[in-house]
Design a protein around this ligand. Structure first.
Ligand code: NAD
Ligand code: UGA
Length: 331
């Protein structure tokens, strides 16, 4: 087992395992960790040699020292060897979208979000990894009154996806609560993360894409849904802080502090690009909650973290990346 080094100021992560490294959040996290001097074992089942989106996400890591890519499915690969000497596992691998989880892909959600997580926690325990940070989701709160959600609120997941994310975080916490478990767990409930390389199924990506290309944008419902949008750099700063916080096992909201409606997002995209978007009204989707809002006092107290990005600035950064990326612009 390796121990987290304690520097005069803050603990240092020397060796980290990032699952889901070829994804949106995982690729940003791997990049940021490499810049701190850490060695990063990046695990993902998508092979950049055959998956254009994974290759595009991982391109930013080319030439950086200390990155060890592993193409493997966490449901059936040997996990223990990947964890040797790891200070932290950042477990981000999973199947993410809310709306497709009602369909036949549900077994994929169960497989990657629950079964794979059980294997990762068992391996972390065996290999005595001191810390696991797991990507949970604001969706576990479900339908709220519109006020900020606090970590102690009773979860009321409103979609099959959200049910699997609640199961995932609780599974990790159940392992960590065992007397013999050497791994402490921090479950981060991310609130709708956006920024460069955002998944192409997500609203801000689709809105900017529509503004840049003139293609239509399908708006599910009346556009008054509100999200506490979180800029990727803020999400990454919270995630790295969670890797070393001395606090024991916990659940922490990671919300950007920007409550905006989908109509607000459309208006910002139009003003950033100077083009009108062809918005097509579509039916509201099951499981889509009207509002998410994070109470972030726990993140401030335990991680010393608070989001700093504003939505127009973050969307401008995403738009610039989208305009330059042949893959994203074609998505
Ligand atoms: P993403 O789809 O871009 O990345 C997830 C990655 O996990 C993919 O590259 C995928 O190939 C990999 N993966 C899935 N199953 C795997 C398996 N069995 N073995 C190995 N790799 C596997 O998604 P993202 O938006 O980067 O989200 C990352 C995590 O954060 C997910 O767990 C998601 O549920 C959670 N989350 C995301 C958001 C958001 O706004 N993006 C908000 C809340 C929670
Ligand atoms: C997002 C992520 O996609 C999930 O992975 C994550 O778990 C979740 O945030 C979270 O915070 O936990 P969601 O809030 O649904 O889920 O974000 P988007 O996919 O960007 O959708 C936002 C809103 O835009 C939804 O109301 C959706 O119905 C709407 N939308 C989306 C459209 O109107 N049109 C589209 O083409 C796509």
């Amino acid at each position: 087992m390796s121990e987290i080094h304690t520097a005069a100021t803050a603990p240092v992560i020397r060796r980290a395992v990032v699952t889901g490294a070829a994804g949106f959040i995982g690729s940003h996290l791997a990049h940021a960790l490499l810049h701190t001097g850490a060695t990063v074992i990046g695990v993902d089942r998508r092979d950049p040699a055959s998956d254009e989106s994974a290759a595009s996400n991982l391109a930013v890591l080319h030439g950086l020292q200390g990155y060890i890519p592993v193409t493997a499915d966490l449901v059936d690969c040997a996990i223990d060897p990947l964890l040797v000497d790891a200070d932290v596992i950042f477990h981000l691998a999973g199947v993410p979208g809310v709306r497709p989880s009602w369909g036949p892909q549900f077994s994929e959600y169960v497989r990657s979000n629950i079964l794979a997580t059980q294997r990762v926690m068992n391996a972390a325990t065996r290999m005595r990894v001191p810390r696991l940070v797991v990507a949970s989701s604001s969706s576990v709160y479900g339908v709220t009154s519109g006020g900020p959600s606090i970590e102690s609120d009773r979860p009321r997941p409103a979609s099959p996806y959200a049910v699997t994310k609640l199961a995932e975080e609780q599974l990790c916490l159940a392992h960590a609560a065992r007397a013999a478990c050497p791994t402490t767990v921090v479950a981060l409930r991310y609130f709708t993360v956006y920024g460069p390389r955002q998944r192409p199924d997500m609203f801000i990506h689709r809105t900017l894409h529509a503004a840049l290309t003139g293609r239509p944008l399908q708006l599910y419902g009346d556009g008054h849904q509100r999200r506490d949008f979180t800029f990727i750099d803020d999400a990454i700063a919270a995630t790295i802080a969670a890797g070393t916080t001395p606090n024991d096992t916990s659940i922490i909201n990671v919300g950007g502090g920007t409550s905006a409606s989908l109509i607000d997002v459309i208006n910002i995209a139009q003003s950033l690009t100077g083009r009108a978007i062809d918005v097509r009204a579509d039916t509201a989707r099951s499981g889509d909650v009207l509002s998410t809002r994070a109470d972030t006092r726990l993140a401030e107290a335990t991680l010393g973290w608070r989001a700093t990005a504003d939505l127009p600035g973050g969307m401008r950064a995403q738009m610039r990346e989208l305009a330059q990326s042949p893959y994203s612009a074609a998505a």
